[in-house]
Design a protein around this ligand. Sequence first.
Ligand code: ZN
Ligand code: ZN
Length: 355
Amino acid sequence: MMMNAHGNRVKQTTNEADTSFYTTTWQDGWQQIKVPVPFSLKWVNSYLIPEQAGYTIIDPGLRTDEAINVWTAVLQQNGLQWGDISRVILTHQHPDHYGLAGYVQERSGAPVYITRSAHDYAIRLWGEKSGFSHQLQSLYEEHGMPLQEREAIADNLETFVAMVTPQPQVHYFEAGEQLQLGGLSWRLIDAPGHANGQLCFYQPERKWMICGDQVLPHITPNVSVVPWEDSDPLADFLHSLLVLKEYEVALAYPGHRDPFTDFHGRINELLQHHASRLDKMAAMLSKEPRTAYGMCEALFGKRLNGNAHQLRFAMSETIAHLVHLERKGRAASSVIEGARFYSAAVASDLEIPEA
Ligand SMILES: [Zn+2]
Ligand SMILES: [Zn+2]
């Protein structure tokens, strides 16, 4: 999931007889299924991939009635039953990708694969003893968000529980391993920053990259701080983009929007976007100190419009950028009356290298 300033919701007019709006067939009989999601991203891409026996599904989607209707129609159109699904592969743990996995597993008996750290995160978010909402509340309180907004976000998070239920039983696979998929051998690549534990999958002969939400056309992948981690996710994300840029890619299969060819060009745009955003924020801080919430309002204010879902992404993204500025020595922060204020770093003779 990520901030998205573009587009409207997908038209929820599932016609069970005609899935042409929702499916596009690619080489090797791969089907891209646009599984609707009830927010501005419109859809998540699932890929239905024929195997020697059965089919693999990559990222089945979010558990909603609309998503299940689309899948029911797609299976019917292909003359398939749930039992023909032999495996579910998850690029990462975000609910729009992971949410329907347990439902598919219940009906198909298919094994579900995810990395251990992505799964740990999913359990921290949606497990029975999840303290995520509380941890996020404290983080946002420290960063200056008023109580009313925090409560709206907690309520919005609550609505996701049903959309990721039941949770799947999972098998682990990890970066560095090889995976057989659609009769070809794929390399699993660690792709952190948008979601820790996320994998991209690379096929060297075809030069295909399945890139989850790490590189998306037209959409800037969200980069969020994780409440329980003392980390710099934006640094992880930017580094991951540089790693991915080393691969020669003819066709990229993203988690949202459509497969695209200019993988390197898109990576350059994303790198440029974050460099400009960081410069803009540093310039704003040189005028006046701000909390992350104040910065978030200044950057995204009009677009958020009381949308708790969007506010959560915007807020976590803003904190991630401020944390990065501070780690790079371009900002400093201190807590004043319970809220953390960021200011431009005091100029000094100390040279801080840009890693
Ligand atoms: Zn995601
Ligand atoms: Zn997504």
